[in-house]
Write a protein that binds this ligand. Structure first.
Ligand code: CS2
Length: 499
């Protein structure tokens, strides 16, 4: 089978870029060339180019690995997106990425050129929560983060997000070129605000005058991004080949649903993402909160419990009657922490999430979602738990999710088989729980009191702590599956959705 290199003579059933790729210039540099970018921002940009044109193609930059860029280069930037809903699957070919560069594998100079090019008006980012090197307690840099430590020592040869952005903004300022807009597309709360404080702190440490200029001249809009995108595997490659008749070594598969809510602050312009279905608003924060607390919060809860109960995929979790009930409870508890949001019905949003989690065509691994818990749990579980505490609301759903995360942190499943936590704070977590693996109170106290994790008022709540310990004790003594059954029974006696 021939490799996907152009869209010539592809089957009619495969949608292809509806614009002249070569005529559309570059306008965006994207940092973090993973599956999520290819299934989300690149797709919106592909649609925007087709609907409204503009020089907005994307230079995709992989910061660490070589593979993603090499495969895309071999396909002239083209790749297959397989979209799946309950009805079935459909393939389309995306053309928005013009070039792919591997920063750590010989392309650093080309990346720098792209970042300083006057044509580059937006830098988008998907490097996951842990990729930035933010100290969430200060909003500034975490000097212990590998890339931050490197870049503070070598601001002339950066390898990470903060170093690259600050270096290229310095070069643009020196050349009299307008700055680009920086758009974070990761699941961080108020991701634009956080990215801005990270960049300002990094600049203050390396070039204070530049820091002042960035503060006055660079826009960091926030955005809420959403599309469930499991990691691609051999079956994704086989499916893409079957649907397109071409060999594609770098396809992505995602649910059909997609959402992007963006704060509309782009002083140097932007693609017509709104024409492509994005919602451009003044304030993204409530949308981010809804998504982080409901979708991602329920995801984390079901990932820890599901993984420990032996469910490999999210769809299997949803087929477990007890867990499916607990997902509903979690969604309701998270929704109850939200202020009303014009035009959004949280109950309908929750119902749609349940449908999305059930998607039979998506092999979304609970182990994938379980990754990097210490970076995810604060905004997904502790922030809403804290609001619930202040409102005098029931904390049980959040205590249950917290207990599941702690149980997961022991690194042993129900059969005592070990697994890797895959968490940037793994060593710290392991040291904290040493000798306490069977002691619910000891485990909970050790993990909840890790620095920069749980907000102080929640940490000081005996109500919260006691519920976490009781549920964790049951998970350790009776097992996770038995605890799920008991908890689902307990919850059915309480109200599920009261908004
Ligand atoms: C998931 C997210 O892996 C995870 O932590 O919760 O990647 C989730 O699938 C996306 O945010 C959906 O938009």
């Amino acid at each position: 089978m021939s490799r996907l290199k152009s869209t010539d003579r592809l089957a009619d059933t495969v949608r292809v870029p509806a614009y002249n790729r070569d005529a559309a210039g570059e306008g965006i540099v994207h940092l973090g060339l993973g599956a999520f970018h290819k299934a989300h921002q690149a797709v919106y940009t592909d649609d925007a180019l087709a609907l409204a044109g503009g020089d907005w193609r994307i230079v995709g930059v992989s910061l660490r690995s070589a593979g993603p860029a090499a495969e895309l280069c071999a396909q002239d930037g083209l790749y297959t997106l397989v979209e799946a809903d309950t009805e079935g699957t459909e393939a389309r070919v995306i053309g928005a990425i013009s070039r792919a560069l591997a920063h750590a594998h010989g392309d650093a100079a080309a990346v720098r050129d792209a970042l300083v090019a006057p044509s580059t008006r937006i830098v988008t980012i998907t490097v996951t929560e842990k990729g930035y090197g933010i100290d969430r307690s200060t909003g500034g840099v975490d000097p212990g983060h590998e890339a931050i430590a490197h870049d503070l020592a070598r601001p002339d040869a950066p390898i990470g997000v903060a170093g690259l952005i600050v270096q290229s903004l310095a070069a643009r300022r020196a050349a009299g070129t307008d700055p680009f807009t920086v758009l974070s597309c990761d699941n961080l709360p108020e991701n634009g605000v956080l990215t801005r404080s990270l960049i300002l702190d990094f600049a203050a440490r390396t070039d204070p005058a530049l820091g002042v200029w960035i503060a006055e001249n660079v826009a960091f809009p926030s955005s809420m991004v959403d599309r469930i995108t499991p990691a691609a595997d051999d079956s994704t490659l086989a499916l893409a080949a079957k649907l397109t008749g071409r060999d594609d070594r770098t396809p992505v598969m995602a649910e059909r649903f997609r959402q992007w809510v963006i704060e509309d602050r782009f002083p140097s312009g932007r693609p017509a993402w709104d024409a492509a279905g994005a919602l451009l608003v003044d304030d993204v924060a409530p949308y981010e909160r809804m998504k982080l607390r409901m979708l991602n919060g329920a995801h984390s809860m079901l990932a820890y419990t599901g993984f420990l109960a032996g469910h490999r995929h999210v769809r299997d979790v949803m087929a477990d009657a007890g867990l499916a009930k607990l997902v509903q409870r979690h969604l309701a508890a998270a929704a109850a922490t939200m202020e009303p949001l014009t035009g959004v019905d949280f109950k309908a949003y929750a119902d749609d999430l349940v449908e999305r989690f059930r998607n039979p065509h998506l092999a979304h691994e609970t182990y994938q979602i379980a990754m990097d818990g210490s970076e995810k749990i604060p905004q997904r579980i502790f922030a809403p738990a804290r609001d619930a505490l202040h409102a005098g609301a029931d904390l049980r759903a959040f205590a249950f999710a917290t207990a599941a995360w702690i149980r997961y942190c022991t690194g042993r499943d129900g059969d005592d088989a070990p697994y890797d936590l895959r968490d940037p704070r793994e060593a710290e977590i392991m040291a904290a729980i040493e000798g306490r693996r069977d002691d619910a109170a000891g485990l909970a106290d050790a993990l909840l009191s890790l620095p920069r994790l749980v907000p102080t008022d929640l940490l000081n709540s005996a109500l919260f702590r006691d519920q976490v310990v009781a549920i964790l004790r049951s998970m350790l003594e009776r097992g996770v599956s038995a605890t799920i059954v008991a908890e689902a029974d307990y919850q059915s006696k309480s109200r599920v959705f009261d908004r």
